[in-house]
Design a protein around this ligand. Structure first.
Ligand SMILES: Cc1cc2nc3c(=O)[nH]c(=O)nc-3n(C[C@H](O)[C@H](O)[C@H](O)COP(=O)(O)OP(=O)(O)OC[C@H]3O[C@@H](n4cnc5c(N)ncnc54)[C@H](O)[C@@H]3O)c2cc1C
Length: 332
């Protein structure tokens, strides 16, 4: 086991973070060894994927960062269904590309979401009307309290919008592999814009993947060039009576029916209510064409990001009563 001192900034797509101790694990056995070591040394452990949903502070001495790099993919066919199991360290979008190339339907709308497979269940990744939970079967994880490998099925994951049991029980389970059920039968999900432009056309899986990638590339800043962590806030879900009050204040407000309530685009609230689209304070700002994305334009600190986010939340809350919830994790 090799523990090295690293700058966590290089493990965050927002490129923010101080120094910390890190170990890379490439096998389940190595992961268990690290967990035993951490238990013995009384160290708290933090699990790192690609860091596309995470930024770090400066106080990281108490933590051991464990980078999950366990790789491998396997397939099991049952008639028209194919059960795909990917180890946690696989790149999520490689899995999508691979599945599309094999003609397997189910995750094409989730093309181009950055990060590793092991992080995908943590916030139940979603885009263009599809969430991981729609294809999820089960996962294998190490339970830190016993160091045993456990199988966790879909209902136990308690998936919700950008949410799961793993957020509530953070740190207890380290996801080792994820199994999803894909289909050989054509089953496009085209309800969300701009995929609805494909309705009625003869389309392939690759057409959907191409349109998703093209749309995401046009709308979102490339995090390799402009440090960001995707959507900074969740889209708030509100009740029918709240949506009515919001419509009285802002007749143009978009609201999409969602799981018994209404989903309000946080980007709209940031632009029209907080009026902070394209606004910059020092090195932190909202992206000019997608204000839900906060960008580190240079040497922003975690505290600067937090106070910028707090300003947005406060403005939205004062004018609408709606509380924006942060999607991106701050550690340390
Ligand atoms: C440009 C951009 C666009 C994005 N678009 C979307 C989108 O459309 N939809 C969406 O849902 N998300 C989106 N995201 C957010 C991000 O891609 C996802 O949250 C992704 O799953 C994060 O993966 P990661 O490997 O970078 O996770 P990290 O940021 O490294 O980790 C995220 C969380 O998962 C935990 N974790 C990581 N690995 C494990 C493991 N093996 N076991 C247990 N816990 C673990 C971490 O400790 C942390 O709490 C976007 C991000 C960016 C930068």
């Amino acid at each position: 086991m090799e523990i090295t001192s690293v700058s966590l900034k290089n493990y965050s797509s927002l490129r923010i973070g101080g120094e910390g101790a890190m170990v890379v694990v490439r096998t389940t056995a190595a992961l268990v060894e690290v967990l035993m070591y951490a238990k013995k040394e009384n160290k708290d452990v933090y699990f790192l994927g690609t860091g596309t949903n995470t930024y770090f502070g400066e106080n990281l001495d108490e933590l051991l960062f464990v980078k999950i790099a366990i790789k491998g993919v396997s397939f099991e066919e049952k008639d028209d269904e194919v059960f795909v199991t990917a180890y946690a360290g696989e790149v999520w979008d490689d899995l999508v590309r691979f599945s599309v190339e094999k003609g397997l339907w189910g995750i094409e709308n989730l093309s181009f979401i950055p990060g590793i497979v092991g992080a995908a269940p943590v916030q139940n990744i979603g885009a263009y009307g599809v969430e991981l939970k729609d294809v999820f079967v089960s996962l294998l994880a190490i339970d830190r309290t016993t160091l045993d490998m456990v199988e966790i099925n879909k209902s136990a994951c308690d998936f919700g919008y950008r949410d799961s049991f793993f957020k509530k029980e953070y740190g207890r389970y380290i996801i080792v592999s994820v199994t999803v059920k894909l289909s050989k039968k054509s089953s496009p999900k085209l309800t969300y814009k701009p995929l609805d432009s494909l309705i009625g056309k003869e389309i392939t899986l690759q057409d959907i993947r191409d349109l998703v990638i093209q749309t995401r590339t046009a709308k979102l800043p490339d995090w390799h060039e402009h440090a960001n962590a995707g959507s900074f806030f969740k889209n708030p879900i509100v009740t029918t009576s709240v949506v009515q009050e919001l419509r009285d204040l802002y007749p143009e407000i978009p609201a999409l029916e969602f799981e018994g309530g209404y989903k309000i685009p946080a980007a709209w609230l940031i632009e029209h209510v907080a009026q902070m689209k394209g606004v910059r304070r020092g090195d932190v700002g909202t992206w000019p064409t997608q204000p839900l994305v906060l960008v580190n334009y240079g040497d922003a600190t975690a505290n600067e990001v937090d106070s910028f986010a707090a300003e947005i939340k406060e403005k939205v809350h004062t004018k609408t009563g709606v509380l924006l919830e942060q999607e991106v994790n701050r550690v340390g």
